[in-house]
Design a binder for this molecule. Structure first.
Ligand code: NAG
Ligand code: NAG
Length: 379
């Protein structure tokens, strides 16, 4: 036993009757009380220091929050790409860009997206999956005016009847239908949410050998640049076998229901998803969070994703009447002191150009007086 660890006797001050009456003992007692009091006071300060209201932790400084534009080389190796695209085995008919329409409110966005894809000389087929029970004929007519070919699909309901899911995402499990497109001879596809706009050709994605790829998501709060992906832009190789397996797992898989299919897909492909560059999902949240990165990567950006400002909606995801859309764009451009003005105006310009380019087709959409799409503002 190491005796030096034993407490010295003097350290103990037995407070027994009579002990305190001796003057020498009284002084010792005073000293002891002062020591006890000061230890108590120190303890109090230490405890209250650790229990004080905590300031928010500093944002984790990851390389994206700290972006410096060090790498100035292009994303894609042109030499490899041109070989792949000109190869005899590359058939544009086997590739598709697919979007979805679950409500009339997004019809002008689909038409605008279609025009932006055509302007970028996208070689793939353009396919629009829509819910026939939710989309009016005139809205479908508008959505397909610039080249998307419509296909009705059956709604895939969210688990638990949508309990716990964000009210805007109740139809989003229908997105899994993408995996059934192998039945139409499609070998690879890029899915784009209707609130995206194409700025540059991205045909290189169709030469990607992997089965699934997506761009990591970005939050404005402490979460920041996360590992999980945003489901607004997906690269995938359709497979009915995968589709069947996914659908059979929706009800039993353990995942938070709030973000619906995005959460499910992140759990499904958690370990297999290939991280695509941010250029493929130019989420406006990046502009807000890392303006430097947004600026310095602008020249490579293929797709802008209008997450934080939707130039074609008003209120709570409500439809903007056709003839008020241009006015609406100007309003949204003024949001947050014009934080997304430049991008919103890109959308507005593309919309105007689309209206002009496809005026004849669009005219047919509004021909019938029964067309509620152009006049009323309810969706
Ligand atoms: C698309 O193709 C046309 C005709 O070949 C060409 O004039 C135009 O520059 C191309 N646009 C882009 C963005 O590559
Ligand atoms: C980004 O670029 C724009 C001009 O293109 C400039 O006005 C702005 O200050 C730049 N922002 C940052 C953070 O570099």
């Amino acid at each position: 036993m190491k005796t030096y660890l034993l407490p010295r006797r003097e350290a103990y001050l037995p407070l027994v009757a009579g002990y305190a009456s001796h003057p020498h003992n009284r002084r010792t007692l005073y000293n002891a009380l002062i020591i006890v009091f000061s230890i108590g006071l120190n303890l109090f300060f230490v405890v209250s220091y650790y229990n004080r209201p905590q300031p928010p932790p500093p944002l984790r400084q990851n390389p994206l929050d700290h972006y410096q534009g060090l790498n100035t080389f292009p994303l894609v190796n042109q030499d490899t790409l041109s070989k792949s695209l000109s190869s005899r085995t590359f058939n544009p008919e086997e590739h598709a860009v697919v979007t979805t329409l679950y409500t009339d409110a997004f019809a002008p966005a689909v038409a605008t997206l279609g025009h932006s894809l055509r302007k970028a000389n996208t070689s793939a087929r353009l396919i629009l999956l829509y819910l026939p029970e939710k989309v009016s004929p005139s809205a479908l007519c508008v959505a397909t005016s610039s080249g998307f070919v419509a296909q009705p699909v059956a709604r895939i309901p969210p688990p638990n009847n949508g309990e716990g899911a964000h009210p805007h995402f109740l139809d989003q499990f229908t997105k899994l239908t993408l995996w059934k497109l192998d039945q139409q001879g499609i070998k690879s596809l890029v899915y784009l949410d209707a609130d995206t706009l194409v700025r540059r050709n991205f045909d290189e994605l169709f030469t990607f050998p992997f089965n699934f790829g997506a761009v990591p998501d970005v939050y404005l709060d402490d979460n920041g640049f996360i590992l999980g992906f945003n489901a607004g832009v997906l690269f995938l190789r359709p497979s009915t076998t995968v589709f069947n397996q996914m659908v059979s797992q929706i009800a039993t898989a353990d995942f938070p229901h709030l973000e619906a299919e995005q959460s499910f897909l992140n759990h499904y492909f958690g370990a297999e998803a290939v991280r695509l560059p941010y250029a493929y999902n130019g989420n406006l949240a990046i502009k807000q969070r890392a303006p430097e990165m947004w600026n310095r990567t602008a020249h490579e950006r293929r797709i802008v994703h209008f997450t934080l400002a939707k130039p074609f909606l008003m209120g709570d995801y409500e439809r903007v009447p056709w003839y008020e859309l241009e006015e609406r764009v100007v309003e949204v451009a003024g949001y947050e002191d014009g934080a997304y003005k430049e991008e919103t105006m890109w959308w507005g310009e593309m919309f105007k150009e689309m209206k002009h380019t496809y005026a004849k087709q669009l005219h047919k959409c509004f021909r019938h007086s029964s067309s509620r799409f152009s006049a009323s503002s309810t969706s």
